[in-house]
Design a protein around this ligand. Structure first.
Ligand SMILES: C[S@@+](CC[C@H](N)C(=O)[O-])C[C@H]1O[C@@H](n2cnc3c(N)ncnc32)[C@H](O)[C@@H]1O
Length: 214
């Protein structure tokens, strides 16, 4: 179906409502914090993108644009385009790029799954945590693939499965630990209201050969 002039094609309306709404506002407000949090990963990602001095780079789900700016700096004689669903995040990305004096970078509000990119117009497509939300990943990666020239590259940074993701599991393990602790504490209190823990769990262990009383 033809889009009315000025309208943007969007196949990810729920994601757009979030990212162009509260999630986008939060990420924009704390952009510096999020960028700092991912710094160690970002160094590896930047190296992996291998952007050359004349490359044309597409940054998918660029958010507030740190990776787009990195790509633009690496492609001094080329250019970088960041696309995202969030108008607020893109506005932030544009402002920082202006402040940093970058002239070969642009940002566009677009759904990467269906946006009409010029076919074959990019040497490399990159995405830092922006390619995990497509309603139809096959259609989305097909669309991104058509935007790449033959032999172009795709470099993604994505989370691993939840159980292999320390960032997610550490929080869950810590919360589970707190719950176990509280349960044990309640059980111990109900056994002996005057002693918070069973004696064996807090008595200092005698070191080998020590004469201290057990
Ligand atoms: C977790 S944020 C990551 C933002 C940025 N790449 C970064 O690393 O800071 C995910 C981003 O993907 C964008 N996004 C999700 N689905 C998208 C789509 N179909 N097309 C374009 N951007 C999309 C969101 O708007 C959001 O800004």
């Amino acid at each position: 179906m033809a889009e009315p002039p000025g309208a943007r094609a969007c196949a990810n309306t729920e994601q757009a409502a979030e990212w162009d709404g509260p999630a986008g506002a939060h990420r924009t407000r704390y952009a510096a914090v999020f960028d700092a949090e991912t710094r160690p990963h970002n160094e590896r990602f930047r190296a992996a993108t291998g952007v050359g001095p004349a490359d044309h780079v597409l940054d998918v789900g660029c958010g507030t644009g740190q990776t787009t700016r990195d790509a633009a700096r690496a492609a001094g004689a080329g250019r970088a385009l960041g696309v995202d669903l969030s108008a607020q995040m893109l506005e932030h990305a544009r402002r920082i790029s202006r402040e940093e004096g970058l002239s070969n970078v642009a940002f566009e509000q677009a759904d990467a799954q269906v946006h009409a990119f010029t076919p074959g117009s990019f040497d490399v497509a990159i995405s830092r945590f922006g390619s995990m939300f497509f309603a139809d990943p096959v259609a989305a990666f097909g669309n991104i693939g058509r935007a790449l020239r033959p032999g172009g590259r795709l470099v993604l940074m994505v989370w691993q499965a939840r159980e292999r993701n320390e960032w997610a599991t550490a929080i869950r393990v810590a919360i589970a630990g707190m719950r176990t602790c509280r349960r044990r504490s309640r059980a111990a209190r109900s056994r002996s209201p005057t002693r918070p823990w069973p004696a064996a769990s807090w008595r200092p262990r005698a070191s080998p050969g020590s004469a201290s009383p057990a």
